[in-house]
Structures are given as structure tokens and as C-alpha cells.
Design a protein around this ligand. Structure first.
Ligand SMILES: [Zn+2]
Length: 69
């Protein structure tokens, strides 16, 4: 019986060059906080609340060093 040693892929937590660009999208009377990383917050009736979600997300996942240019 051949044993297959499958090593897990090397992960450093976040994908490389995957900046967190969270924005607030308005859908009708609701606001959704979404991020380029795929994260999103539930719809909020208040834009301020959605913006708060953005801030909390960026606080949990701080962006890397600023890209030159
Ligand atoms: Zn993100």
C-alpha cells in the first residue's frame, strides 16, 4: 500500500498582494460593506453602520505596506 504524503499548502495567513479594499455599497435603502478579499458584512440600514463594519474589518485585517506609486 502506497502512502501518499500530501503536504498542506504553505499559507501565510493572507494571500499575497491581496490588499483589503473595503467599500460601502448601497443597495436600495441598505448599505453593504464589502471587501476585495471577499469579505462582506450584512446589510445595514445606516451607511454609518456599514462604514463602521469597514473600519472593523480593516482593523482585524490591516493592510500591508503601502504600494509604491
Ligand atoms: Zn478584506
Amino acid at each position: 500500500m502506497k502512502h501518499v504524503n500530501s503536504e498542506p499548502p504553505a499559507r501565510v495567513g493572507t494571500a499575497p498582494s491581496a490588499a483589503h479594499r473595503a467599500v460601502v455599497e448601497e443597495r436600495g435603502s441598505f448599505c453593504f460593506a464589502t471587501c476585495s478579499c471577499g469579505w462582506f458584512a450584512p446589510g445595514r440600514r445606516s451607511r454609518d453602520r456599514a462604514r463602521r463594519d469597514v473600519g472593523e474589518h480593516l482593523a482585524e485585517h490591516p493592510a500591508g505596506p503601502p504600494e509604491p506609486g
